[in-house]
Design a protein around this ligand. Structure first.
Ligand SMILES: [Zn+2]
Length: 99
């Protein structure tokens, strides 16, 4: 049977049902392996000030903000992009350099 994606849009493999997470934008419940995970460091200090402080050897506290997006919200926000038919089967590492 021809499938659109090799992984069927998930990273589940052969296992059964896994846990679900809530999309942080629309609140939809999506399987954890299907949701797009975005994590980034968040700090309250402004970037320009932070750079100056870092040069003086200060430790800038930052927490990691992890968010899950459903596929439609991830496409809307530009976390993932619609790819051409041939490129869909190419498996790239999620995250990477963007964000
Ligand atoms: Zn959503």
């Amino acid at each position: 049977m021809p499938v659109k994606r090799k992984s069927r849009g998930r990273s589940k493999g052969g296992k059964g049902k896994g846990s679900q997470v809530q999309c942080c934008q629309c609140g939809e419940l999506v399987p954890r392996d299907k949701a797009k995970k975005v994590s980034r460091r968040v700090t309250l200090i402004e970037p320009i000030l932070a750079r100056e402080l870092r040069q003086k050897g200060a430790y800038i506290p930052a927490r990691v903000d992890t968010r899950y997006y459903c596929v439609s919200c991830a496409v809307h926000r530009g976390v993932v992009k619609v790819r051409a038919r041939n490129d869909r089967r190419v498996r790239t590492r999620r995250g990477g350099r963007r964000r």
